[in-house]
Design a protein around this ligand. Structure first.
Ligand SMILES: Cc1cc2nc3c(=O)[nH]c(=O)nc-3n(C[C@H](O)[C@H](O)[C@H](O)COP(=O)(O)O)c2cc1C
Length: 289
């Protein structure tokens, strides 16, 4: 089988099982507590992190399809990537729409290079949505922002993610009440770059953000399955993209042909990333609409 046919075959046989029972999946911790963990991911870092806290983390894009967003547990957590030190819009939507009933709540923000006051920002956003996190920390992982980083270089760096995650899991297991500290300098770096309105949302449209190289595209359709907003479609002109975009870069990083590029210059357009212990099927299950 030729490479092109193999990629098409793989795409066709992949099933995205989005089942409502997944929404009810929780894990029982070693302390016998019922824990629900919600996550959003573009390239797997946040899913990998979420899996350290729960065997059955729940995808936020899938959860948002449900009519019933009232969740009850002993512990509820969210895990997400920071974008410009802030939570993605889809995470803000989830916090706005969901009712999280739990005596202990935690937030884990994954980041790549500069966290600034991400902890303060998620605390602010969550409180406005009526959620008070008892524990908030950040986890430094591979930075997937292609405008700033070469993935081939990023993956060589040992950021000690498993040590950081082990500490956070131990903290949550003992229901530690703690918000990771940050400096005034970190806060000012954020404010100088992005302003002090933590409620401001990034607005991006995928048609402007990405370019599809039709010579490289083999029509495997992975982009149509990993986009949490279903922005990619098969048309008579080939794959096209349009719609409200999280900028999670799942489409770009998970294209097996590297046929999707950012419109902005990339540090290394040939380098792509997905967390080494997360499969593309897991990203599809998390994000497919
Ligand atoms: C649009 C965008 C903006 C980002 N902004 C930041 C940032 O401000 N600071 C940072 O350290 N990492 C930033 N990152 C890197 C991600 O937060 C980081 O790689 C994260 O772990 C990716 O998680 P995921 O694999 O679950 O998508 C950004 C990534 C993207 C795509």
């Amino acid at each position: 089988m030729k490479r092109r046919d193999f990629i098409k075959f793989m795409a066709a046989t992949m099933t995205a099982t989005v089942i409502s029972s997944e929404l009810l999946a929780s894990c029982t911790t070693e302390n016998g507590r019922k824990r629900l963990v919600f996550f959003f991911t573009g390239t797997g870092n946040s899913l990998y992190a979420a899996k350290q806290f729960s065997d059955n983390p729940i995808s936020i894009p899938q959860a948002l399809k449900s009519d019933n967003l009232v969740f009850d547990a002993d512990e509820i957590g969210i895990v997400y990537p920071v974008y410009a030190h802030t939570p993605p819009n889809i995470v803000r939507d989830f916090l706005d729409k969901a009712t999280l009933n739990a005596p202990y709540k935690f937030a884990i923000a994954t980041f790549g290079n500069r966290k600034c006051n991400s902890v303060e920002i998620i605390d602010h956003v969550a409180k406005k949505a009526g959620v008070k996190f008892d524990y908030i920390t950040t986890i430094n992982m591979v930075d997937n922002f292609l405008v700033g980083f070469d993935m081939d270089e990023q993956i060589k760096l040992d950021k000690h993610e498993d040590e950081q995650l082990a500490q956070a899991v131990a903290d949550v297991n003992e229901q530690k009440h703690w918000h990771q500290p940050f400096t005034e300098e970190e806060r000012q770096v954020h404010i100088q770059r992005f302003g002090d309105n933590y409620d401001a949302r990034m607005t991006t449209n995928s048609s402007g953000a990405f370019k599809i190289d039709r010579d490289l595209c083999v029509g495997c359709g992975f982009c149509t399955k990993v986009c949490p907003h279903k922005n990619y479609k098969f048309t008579s002109q080939g794959i096209t993209t349009d719609g409200k975009c999280e900028m999670c870069l799942s489409c770009v990083h998970n294209c097996p042909q590297k046929a999707i590029k950012l419109s902005m210059p990339e540090v290394n357009p040939n380098a792509r990333y997905r967390h080494p212990r997360i499969s593309i099927n897991e990203i599809v299950r998390a994000n497919r609409q």
